[in-house]
Design a protein around this ligand. Sequence first.
Ligand SMILES: C[S@@+](CC[C@H](N)C(=O)[O-])C[C@H]1O[C@@H](n2cnc3c(N)ncnc32)[C@H](O)[C@@H]1O
Length: 246
Amino acid sequence: MAPDPHHRRPPDTDPGALRSYGRRHGKPLRANRQALVDDLLPRLRVDPSAHAPGTLDPRALFDARPRRVWLEIGFGGGEHLAAQAAAHPDVGLIGCEPFMNGVAALLARVDEGGLTANLRLLDDDARRLLAALAPASLDRVFILFPDPWPKTRHHKRRLINPATLDALARVLADGAELRFASDHKAYMSWALERLTAHPAFAWTARRAADWRARPADGMATRYEEKALARGETCTYLTFRRRPRGG
Ligand SMILES: C[S@@+](CC[C@H](N)C(=O)[O-])C[C@H]1O[C@@H](n2cnc3c(N)ncnc32)[C@H](O)[C@@H]1O
């Protein structure tokens, strides 16, 4: 078998970066899903390698040139991303997900919901997109129920790490939101520790209800629903990008 080029690290990123996701492929896609991958995906796909690092204006990916652009990293089956795109037709939504069965599930939602105008996607590691984006070009980033990589020897694969936080700090506009959620207590502590230590991010929570409940304008993800159905507690963190030079 040919070596998987994604095994060690995503291209266009820090050479030290390790893969932060599990599988790229699951069960073979049904014919209608494969047709969406073949026909619809190329129309919506963002190609980070077509842009010099740090130059991609994400608003230019949309005909309507939306005032705001939001990114979801690791959208899974795309429930949340599609719901956000439907609820906010004036916002440009970009989703990144290397798991092709998830990408195909999102494409089915986009097709059914007629969401092609304000949704774009990268079927690969989000860190490739972060590297291509222009500074201060995103208004919100969602990282919802990321892979917790629970074994100690795998912690280095966690998406929340200094390099990703620096990349997010660069691409988020002043005052932009980073929304993180997890049902994994150890990963939550890990993320909270690193986010509060980072000079670019300010935690917005004022009271316990702020991290115990999904933001009022938030929408459920599949992993969240499964965790809640198991009786587990989910925690929600919202950070604001501090003003530069402020
Ligand atoms: C545990 S799943 C959660 C999916 C979804 N957010 C939900 O809550 O239902 C985490 C997802 O993040 C994706 N992922 C992991 N690392 C990623 C990366 N560097 N860029 C984009 N997606 C990534 C994985 O492929 C996986 O589908």
